[in-house]
Design a protein around this ligand. Structure first.
Ligand code: GDP
Length: 331
């Protein structure tokens, strides 16, 4: 097994389901104190009087070992008493909230109303779930993704869950992003001279990663760092594993390919990880500006997640070795 010699914090940018898979892998191979997960909060919304943060919760439940792995969202061993009682009352039932999951949203909403920050509330949730690495909201200020569609401008969860991603996508808007302050802990980690790497998870670039990158100063902070920035492609063999990424790309007039993912992150990333099935695509990527590694990126079980995490970290350490000449990885 590869021994990872390099220490120092690793910052991981993530959405929900796809991002959480690699987050779990990273958490299984890194010391918890050196993993900082930055969660997209553009998917957050207010519903039934509660503030719901789907990506934070997917990450926290996954790393806390209580996620419903079949669904990819929500908690395991859920019951639906609340939803069925709500249906009996004629309430809104298009967004499923299991009884246990509901407790998270109630507790978070109560604490937000009392003035506590989302960062602090998330730390509390993680601690209760036994998650030892940091999961941070990208900002404590609200940012809400709006989807411009053939059916008009839709709130993200209306597009995603209520309308099952059916309307044709024309573009996105991240409401509140211009005024939002990036999480101070994240900015501090990015300016840490011991920063090991930044990894962009195999999340949807348009709705999970772009809201993070849209925060004022975040892109500049990323461009300033000396540590390598690596993205893992969410597209394998011209398809998305789950969710609307491929459909969105087609509707936006983009090719569903790893080259398009590279193009999307052009000028930001130093390296891209693509699946072995996409090796033929590598010839088309300009390897002067970016390093490419192909490996198995389909994560079906915990060992896949850990193996991909190890390989991505090894790639990051190779890139920093290339830049600085410092020895970082040993077989
Ligand atoms: P969301 O916020 O819940 O939509 O989840 P993310 O944006 O974090 O992840 C969605 C993306 O994860 C999709 O584009 C999938 O293709 C990608 N994805 C899911 N599972 C895997 C996997 O095992 N490997 C890779 N490479 N991508 C995956």
């Amino acid at each position: 097994m590869t021994k990872l010699l390099r220490e120092g914090p690793c910052v991981y940018l993530s959405g929900g389901v796809g991002g959480a898979k690699l987050a779990l892998g990273l958490s299984s191979v890194l010391d918890p104190s050196s993993l900082m997960i930055v969660a997209n909060t553009g998917d957050d919304f207010e519903h039934l009087g509660l503030t719901i943060c789907p990506d934070i919760d997917t990450l926290a439940y996954t790393l806390g070992g209580v996620a419903n792995t079949d669904q990819g969202w929500g908690r395991e061993d859920e019951t639906d008493s609340f939803m069925s009682a709500l249906a009996d009352l004629g309430g809104e039932t298009w967004f499923f909230l299991g009884d246990r999951d509901l407790a998270t949203h109630i507790e978070r909403s109560v604490r937000l109303a009392s003035g506590e920050t989302l960062t602090s509330i998330t730390a509390g949730l993680c601690s209760r779930l036994g998650v030892r690495c940091q999961i941070l909201p990208m900002s404590d200020d609200p940012v809400r993704t709006l989807v411009n569609t053939s059916s008009g401008l839709l709130e993200f969860q209306h597009y995603f869950v209520r309308d099952r991603c059916e309307p044709r996508v024309l573009g996105f808007r991240f409401m509140g992003a211009e005024q939002a302050e990036p999480n101070a802990h994240v900015l501090r980690a990015l300016s840490d001279s011991t920063l090991r790497c930044v990894i962009i998870g195999p999340s949807n670039p348009y709705i999970s990663i772009d809201p993070i990158l849209a925060l004022p100063g975040l892109m500049e902070a990323l461009k300033d760092i000396k540590a390598p920035i690596i993205a893992v492609s969410p597209i394998i063999s011209g398809r998305a594993i789950k969710g609307p990424t491929a459909k969105m790309m087609r509707e936006l007039g983009l090719s569903v390919s790893v080259q398009q993912i590279v193009k999307h992150y052009e000028g930001l990333i130093d390296g891209i990880v693509v699946d072995t099935s996409d090796v033929s695509a590598l010839d088309i990527i300009d390897k002067d500006s970016i390093e490419v590694r192909s490996m198995r990126t389909l994560m079906s079980n915990l060992e896949d997640r850990a193996e991909l995490a190890r390989s991505v970290l090894k790639f990051a350490d190779y890139l920093s070795y290339k830049c600085t000449g410092a020895l970082s990885v040993q077989e």
